[in-house]
Design a protein around this ligand. Sequence first.
Ligand code: SAM
Length: 337
Amino acid sequence: MSELLTIKQASKWASEYLKKNVTPSNISYLIQYGRINKNGNNGITLIDKQDLIKYYKSYLGTREINWKDKLGDDLNWALSFENYKEKETTKHIHRLHPYKGKFIPQLVEYFLDAHTDNFKKEVFFNSGDIILDPFCGCGTTLVQANELGMHAIGIDISAFNSLISNVKISKYDFVDLHKEIQKITQSLRQHIYDSNTVKFETKLLEKLAKIQKIQGIFSSPPYVGLIDYHEQHAYAYDLFGFDRNDELEIGPLFKGQGIEARNSYIDGITKVLNNIKKYLVDDYNVFLVANDKYNLYPNIAEKSGMKIVNKFKRPVLNRTEKDKGAYSEIIFQLKSK
Ligand SMILES: C[S@@+](CC[C@H](N)C(=O)[O-])C[C@H]1O[C@@H](n2cnc3c(N)ncnc32)[C@H](O)[C@@H]1O
C-alpha cells in the first residue's frame, strides 16, 4: 500500500529515516532530476514513500548520503551537477587548453541565467548586464556570460591565462582566420609587448564604468597555497616570451599555507575587491567560489566593506583534472555592507 507525502512531509520523513537534515529543496531536486516520481493531485506535488526508500537504498542515494556524512548535512546536492557527463562539463570551447583549477560551466550558468528554482529564488543577472571575473583563469565565466547575451570583463595576472580566455571569446570569420593566422604568429610578440593595448583597455574600462556599471562578479579566486598558476604553463611563457608575474599571484603554492601566506592572501583578495567596488552598481552581487578551509572569507568580506548574505555549499564530484578526489566548496554571495 503506497503512502503519498507532500514535499514538506517527505523532507520531514526522510530526515527521520536517514537521521540527517533533508530539506524540501533536497526532495524537489530528486523530483526535478527524475530520481523519484512526481504524483500530481490538484496541483499539489505528492511523493510515494516507497519511491523515497528505493532511492535512498540505490547507488545514487547512498552516494549522496555518504557525501553528506563526509562533508556535512548542509551540502547542497543540487549544485553537484553530478548528472552531467565530462563531455558536457567540458563542452564546446571549454576544453581548448589544459587548465588546472577551472570551475564547470554549469555552475556559472546556474547563477548567471534567468531560471529560478526551489533553491535559487531570484534572478541575479540579466542579458545586457556586465559581469566581471577578476580572476578569470581560462575564461569559463566570460564564455558563459557571452552565451547568455551578457557582456563580460575578465582580468588575470597570468598573461597566458588571459590569452586562453581571449581566444575562447573572440569572434572569428573562419576564412579570414586561415589567412590571418600566419600574420598573427609573426606579430604576436610585438602585439603583446605593445603597451598601447594596456592603455586602451584601461581607457575602455574607465569609459565603460561611466556608461554602464558592472552588475556583479562571478569568480573563483585562487586559494592559499594550492596552485602555481604561472608554473603550470611554464612552457607557454618560454614559447611566447611572455613576462611572468609569479610574485603578484595571490596565494601561490610556492608561498605555502602558513599564517604569513594566509594574511597576504586576505590582503590580496581584499585589495582586488576594494579596487573593483567603484565600478559596481550599488546593489551589486558578488559570487566567489572557494573551498575556504581556513575560514578567511568572513574576514575578507569585513575588510572589503561587504557582507556575506548567502553561502551555497556544493560537493565537487565531476572534476576534469587527473586528481579525482572530491571535496566541497562554498559559493559566497556578498553584497555591500
Ligand atoms: C581558480 S583560478 C580561476 C579559474 C576560472 N574560474 C576558470 O574557470 O578558468 C584563479 C586565477 O586567479 C589568477 N590570479 C592569481 N593571482 C592574481 C592576481 N593578483 N590578480 C589577478 N588574477 C590572479 C590565477 O592566475 C588563476 O588563473
